[in-house]
Design a protein around this ligand. Structure first.
Ligand SMILES: [Zn+2]
Length: 303
C-alpha cells in the first residue's frame, strides 16, 4: 500500500509516494507558479494535482494533501486560500478528487500536517501534547493535544500568526494591525535588514558568521528574537505546554533556537519554565509525512 502526497506551499508543490510504513519512496518538487500563466492560480494547482494523480494511478490507495491556507479538515475543503494562490478559497478539494480518482482523500493545512509529521516521526515523537510554530513569510501554528491536532470550531485553531502583540501596530496580511507575524516572521527580519542594507538579504545570509558581527544585524536579531518570545510567553501562559517545536527554514539555526529557549525560560513564571523548546526535525519532509498520516487515517476510517 502507498499514499500519494502533496505539500502545496506558496512557492513550490512537493509531491511523492509514501509507504504505509511512512517511508518516502519518491519525492519531487515543482514551482507553484512558473511561466505557465495558469499555474499559481487555484485552477492551475488543481490541474497540476490532477495530472500527477493520473500519472501515478494504480500505485496509491489514498491521497494526502497538505496546503497553505485555511482548511476545513472534516470536509477536506479549502475555506480560505492564500495570496499566493488566487481563487483557492471555497474549493471542495476532497470532493473533487475522491470523485475523480475513487480513493480516499484527506486535506489539512500545512502547519497541522507539519505538526502531525513532527508528532509521529520528528521532534514530538513520544509526546501527546505540544505546540508547533513555523516561522517563514508568516507565522503558522498547530496545537497537538491528547494525541491529535486540536482544530477548534471551524478548523481554524492555532493561527498564532494573528494573535495581537502590538495593538494598532504594523499592517498584517490578514487586514488587521499589530499581529504577531508582522513582527516575528522570518520576513519581518529579512525586510528590516534588507531595507537597512538597500538590497535583499535572506535569513540564511543574515546568519552567516561574518554578518552576525555587524552591529545593525546584531541589534535587529536581538529585537526579532524578543518579538518571537513575546508571542511564546503568551502561548506559554495559555497552554502551559511541556514542549514547543520551532519550525520553518530559519529555525534550523542552532544559535537562534538557543537564544529563544533562554529568553523564554528567563521571562516566564516558575510553572512555565519546564517547557522544552526544540527545533523541528523533519524540515521539508514534515508536510508530506503529515499528509500521508491523515490520508492513512481517512483510509482506515472508511474500512
Ligand atoms: Zn494578522
Amino acid at each position: 500500500m502507498a499514499i500519494l502526497v502533496f505539500d502545496i506551499g506558496g512557492t513550490a508543490i512537493k509531491y511523492g509516494l509514501v509507504s504505509d510504513e511512512f517511508e518516502i519512496l519518491e519525492a519531487s518538487e515543482s514551482p507553484t507558479a512558473d511561466s505557465d500563466a495558469n499555474k499559481g492560480s487555484a485552477q492551475g494547482v488543481l490541474s497540476f494535482l490532477s495530472e500527477k494523480m493520473a500519472e501515478y494511478k494504480g500505485r496509491y490507495d489514498a491521497i494526502g494533501i497538505s496546503t497553505a491556507g485555511q482548511v476545513d479538515f472534516n470536509r477536506g475543503y479549502i475555506v480560505y486560500g492564500t495570496d499566493n494562490i488566487p481563487g483557492f478559497s471555497d474549493t471542495d478539494m476532497r470532493g473533487i478528487f475522491e470523485e475523480k480518482f475513487g480513493v480516499p482523500v484527506a486535506v489539512d493545512n500545512d502547519v497541522n500536517c507539519a505538526g502531525l509529521g513532527e508528532a509521529h516521526f520528528g521532534a514530538g515523537k513520544g509526546s501527546d501534547y505540544f505546540l508547533c510554530l513555523t516561522y517563514g513569510t508568516g507565522v503558522g501554528g498547530a496545537i497537538y493535544l491528547n494525541g491529535d491536532i486540536f482544530r477548534g470550531d471551524k478548523s481554524a485553531a492555532g493561527e498564532f500568526g494573528h494573535i495581537m502583540t502590538h495593538a494598532g501596530g504594523k499592517d498584517c496580511n490578514c487586514g488587521r494591525k499589530g499581529c504577531y507575524e508582522a513582527y516575528a516572521s522570518c520576513r519581518a527580519l529579512t525586510d528590516r535588514v534588507s531595507e537597512h542594507f538597500g538590497r535583499y538579504m535572506s535569513g540564511r545570509e543574515i546568519f552567516k558568521p561574518e554578518n552576525l558581527e555587524h552591529p545593525f544585524i546584531k541589534k535587529a536579531l536581538d529585537e526579532w528574537e524578543d518579538e518571537i518570545v513575546y508571542g511564546l510567553i503568551s502561548l506559554s501562559y495559555i497552554f502551559n505546554p511541556p514542549l514547543i517545536i520551532l519550525g520553518g527554514g530559519i529555525m534550523s539555526e542552532v544559535l537562534l533556537a538557543n537564544h529563544i529557549r533562554e529568553k523564554l525560560i528567563s521571562r516566564v513564571g516558575v510553572n512555565y519554565q519546564g517547557v522544552r523548546v526544540e527545533q523541528a526535525r523533519l524540515r521539508n519532509k514534515a508536510g508530506m509525512l503529515g499528509a500521508a498520516y491523515i490520508a492513512k487515517q481517512r483510509l482506515d476510517s472508511l474500512k
